[in-house]
Design a protein around this ligand. Sequence first.
Ligand code: AR6
Length: 178
Amino acid sequence: MVLSRHIHLAKGDITEQDTDVVVNAANSSLLGGGGVDGAIHRKGGPQILAECRSLRASKYGRGLPTGQAVATTAGRLPAKWVVHTVGPVWSDQEDRSELLADCHRNSLEVAVSLGAKTVAFPAISTGIFRWPLKSAADIALRTVLATDAPGIEAVRFVLFDEAAFAAFNDVLTTLRSE
Ligand code: AR6
């Protein structure tokens, strides 16, 4: 595996990141929720929700499909843009890994189209959507490393707690030794 892109792991809160883009683990309604989504709307203020509502009205009347990504400005957050993506809900009946990979690929593609240089991701789907941490870390890191994203210089995974940080750190250490 080519480790050309700078990947950093940080423990912390995605709403405090000063990267050009922060990625939101949204739901298809784009109208907010708990977890990362709740924190981004709470701290970012009403402008983000207003833009999400107009995206619903103009382009995504049926909601943003799982795996897709779309940008708004970042309101009062330190970032310039929020890229909202919808992770898959974990299933032990069906392999939805490609949808989780799509979230990362499509978020990077949107970030490239915005001219962003730096992107922060949370551990998409690992909270309310119940995806096991180690598996999510494996998919997220492999996908970001393998995606051609011209102009993106650094990607930061912002992990909220010790368990998430440890899972991403273990996987990244393994990938770096492959
Ligand atoms: N900064 C960074 N990571 C966080 C933060 C934060 N402020 N808050 C939580 N996490 P989740 P999902 C971690 O539930 O699983 C919403 O209702 C959290 O510990 O935010 O993709 C949406 O509207 C976990 O590791 O996202 C959807 O309905 C990770 O971020 C649904 O939840 C993701 O947890 C999406 O669920």
